[in-house]
Design a protein around this ligand. Structure first.
Ligand code: ZN
Ligand code: ZN
Length: 597
């Protein structure tokens, strides 16, 4: 069968729109669970337009079409998408809703798939559309699916128990807590649509999406502790059913609607920012009394228990040994000829794969040399693949999924001799990283309060970086999870003991080089400071890998910062040296030597 061209695909979608009496259709980068990594059957935006970034949307009208991407993808979208078919727009500066306000005419019918928009997203779009006199029409069947003849089947990877030695608490106990909180709030049930929340609650893992061990599913948790789980039955083994126990009733995903209907007239908690508009419509349809609130599992999941913290420490030691083996290999291979971004990323994976409990990478490795390092979410392809060249920087951001923990680490290394500018910028990024690593802060402090500390040394020199400083990380779950983060915007959740967050300031010079230094840290218990009056929280650094000292301008560091770097390197050496081969150990000892200033 010959591949459909992009003009064919657009024409096929328009033909279905005409059949359905629609004047247009919105195609978001989303699935029914708002997953970060989409299963292949939900890659509708990519199928339609060719754009393969991790966020964006298209709108197809009868006589024009538009694609919206954020700042990370403004160059990529021009490479991947035919400008003769789509106009290009900035997702943030010219949002879909604003654009629709300028192009829709009175009485036009714009379709949307209510499974692919959260309730909040739907309401925002609806307002803009109604103000033009047009209609926003939910479709029962996605018209794009009718046009997409070889759409893959939904994934059906087996679900496996996540052992309590890794999870730390039995599922029944977690469910009892959640149901108790429902009773306290005088609610009858909560609807969960985020697969990572459900996986955490049930102590199960799966493999329906890349890099995150998720089974795609929905759940309804009742105040009496019963849980209705909507998941493809072919994913479940007898062992898994036994693991679930009696409190969990299993239904096929297409029974989810009927499950929601049984909540008729009841008081039901649902999250408008993560649950599909379809869920809200269905609940409203049976007159459920809706309590809108954030997914209640998100916060419980973010605060890791002792077993999860012990697991992530162990996983980070294993990951550190793999990284040291890799960085040692790189130190020998890079000055030679012929190693490139793709081959280096593949090599790194071979160091991680033999590790105990290794299951997968936690995201596609960002392997960027020279100017490619300046592209924040760079994904190397055969077309963009570059050799690592002398006098350049090489940035590698990577991570792994181990049964006992999820890792995410970035190192930037100099290939040959770095320039004075590279060393200055690197040292300023390092100062920001250390400022967070050493910080003590009172309970109640949010990631928004502390973000500035990671940027101050850059700001002083008239520099900055255009991404957040830290994101939450799961326990053998998503490498990006909320609700906490470290960022200028939207980081209003207080940092609590047990939360894992990344510490990843950077600096990017377009067309030249990129720098990022990323460690994961865990928020520590409050501790008294000698002579102090209030107990303070702090960060425990989890990631164990050397930071390239050939890029450090020691004159720019304070005594305290130098002491931090020396102590960190001594710890990396002490913990990792016994785990690597002789040659790597010798190398590790030399690159973790005291700055000696
Ligand atoms: Zn990373
Ligand atoms: Zn990260």
């Amino acid at each position: 069968m010959s591949e459909m061209t992009y003009p064919d695909r657009l024409a096929a979608l328009r033909a279905v729109l005409v059949e359905q009496g629609l004047d247009g259709f919105v195609v978001p980068h989303a699935d029914a669970h708002q997953n970060e990594f989409l299963p292949p059957d939900a890659e509708r935006l990519m199928w339609l337009t060719g754009f393969n970034g991790s966020a964006g949307a298209a709108v197809v009208l009868r006589d024009q079409a538009a694609i919206f991407v954020d700042g990370r993808y403004t160059l990529q979208v021009r490479d991947q998408v035919d400008a003769a078919l789509y106009s290009f727009h900035h997702l943030v500066e010219e949002p879909v809703a604003d654009w629709l306000g300028t192009v829709l005419s009175q009485g036009a019918k714009l379709g949307f798939d209510p499974w692919l928009h959260t309730q909040t997203q739907k309401e925002r779009l609806e307002q803009a559309i109604i103000s033009t006199g047009a209609e926003f029409v939910p479709v029962a069947t996605n018209p794009l699916d009718s046009a997409w003849l070889d759409q893959p089947a939904p994934p059906a990877v087996p679900v496996v128990p996540h052992e309590v030695r890794f999870a730390g608490r039995p599922s029944a106990e977690k469910r009892a807590d959640l149901s108790a909180s429902l009773r306290e709030s005088v609610l009858d049930a909560v609807v969960l649509t985020q697969p990572d929340s459900i996986a955490w609650l049930l102590n199960v893992r799966g493999g329906d999406v890349d890099h995150t061990p998720l089974p795609l599913s929905f759940a309804i948790v009742h105040a009496d502790q019963d849980l209705d789980w909507f998941v493809a039955p072919e994913k479940l083994s007898d062992e898994l059913l036994e693991h679930l126990g009696n409190g969990v009733a299993v239904y096929a995903p297409d029974a989810f609607g009927a499950g929601l209907d049984r909540l008729a007239g009841k008081r039901v908690w649902a999250c408008p920012d993560s649950a599909a508009a379809w869920v809200f419509d269905r609940l409203s349809g049976v007159k459920a009394k809706l309590a809108r609130g954030g997914d209640p599992v998100t916060m419980s999941k973010a605060v890791k228990n002792e077993a999860e913290l012990a697991g992530t420490r162990a996983a980070h030691i294993r990951d550190g040994a793999a990284l040291v083996g890799f960085l040692h290999w790189l130190s020998i291979a890079a000055p030679g000829e012929g190693i490139d971004e793709l081959s280096v990323a593949e090599k790194l994976a071979t160091f991680r794969a033999p590790g105990e409990h290794f299951r997968d990478l936690s995201f596609g490795t960002i392997s960027g040399s020279g100017p490619n390092g300046a592209i924040v979410h760079y994904r190397v392809t055969p077309e963009t693949n570059r050799k690592l060249g002398a006098g350049e920087l090489y940035l590698v951001d990577s991570g792994a999924q181990y049964l006992d923990g999820t890792t995410d680490v970035t190192r930037t290394v100099a290939i040959g001799s770095p320039s004075a500018e590279m060393r200055d910028r690197f040292t300023r990024v390092l100062k920001g990283h250390i400022a967070l690593a050493m910080l003590r802060f009172p309970p109640g402090t949010t990631g928004g309060h502390i973000d500035v500390l990671a940027r101050q040394a850059l700001w002083k020199a008239g520099l900055d970086y255009d991404h957040g400083t830290g994101h939450g990380v799961g326990s053998y779950l998503g490498v990006h999870e909320g609700p906490h983060r470290i960022s200028k915007v939207g980081a209003n959740t207080p940092l609590q003991p047990g939360m894992i967050v990344s510490n990843e300031p950077g600096f990017y010079k377009e067309g030249a080089f990129g720098i990022r230094i990323e460690n994961l840290v865990a928020v520590s218990e409050p501790a008294e400071i000698p002579g102090g009056e209030r107990a303070m929280l702090g960060f425990e650094t989890l990631t164990l890998a050397p930071i390239d000292q050939s890029l450090v301008d020691a004159k720019l560091l304070t005594d305290e910062e130098r002491a931090w770097l020396d102590a960190y390197h001594a710890r990396v050496r002490d913990v990792i040296a016994p785990l690597v081969e002789d040659a790597a150990r010798e190398w590790l000892v030399s690159v973790t030597a005291s700055l000696g200033v």
